[in-house]
Design a protein around this ligand. Structure first.
Ligand SMILES: [Zn+2]
Length: 155
């Protein structure tokens, strides 16, 4: 499957973040206590695959749904990737904010350096910022760890 959009229910926050890190537009339904039908309608309206742990979610015409059966995010990601034959595009990794799913903007070094901790200023890395929450991103040891996990999952 090339690049589906997702709506991920409140029980799967970690899975939602990992989908975003992989470059997918994965909206997290969060803990706002929204009803199943409201979420299904949103998935239908925005053409998103609904990802849930709740087996009792009704089938709705026109909404593709994946019921995750595993507890660990690695297994969850493997299940989802397997069921949907996902092929994440490496060029899209880290292109969205892991907190709010918003596409990131690139900052110049001049813009970014005053905003980051001193030891980050010495890194050879591009910088990005989330337009919505302002969080800054750069390549460091955390990105290496994430890439290692992605590789170990065969993604
Ligand atoms: Zn953000």
């Amino acid at each position: 499957m090339d690049h589906p959009l997702f709506l991920v229910d409140a029980m799967l926050g970690k899975l939602a973040r990992w989908l975003v890190l992989l470059g997918y537009d994965a909206k997290f339904a969060g803990g706002a206590g929204r009803g199943d039908l409201e979420l299904l309608e949103e998935a239908q309206r925005e053409d998103r695959i609904f990802v849930t742990r709740d087996r009792r979610i009704p089938d709705v015409a026109g909404v593709r749904k994946v019921v995750i059966v595993h507890g660990q995010f690695e297994d969850q990601l493997r299940q989802l990737a397997g069921e949907l034959s996902l092929k994440p595009d490496p060029a899209l990794r880290f292109s969205r904010c892991a907190d709010c799913n918003e596409p990131l903007e690139t900052l110049t070094r001049e813009e970014a350096l005053p905003l980051v901790p001193p030891k980050v200023r010495t890194l050879e890395t591009p910088f990005w910022r989330c337009r919505r929450c302002g969080r800054l991103y750069w390549n460091g040891t955390h990105t290496d760890r994430i890439l290692e996990t992605i590789r170990s999952l065969g993604l």
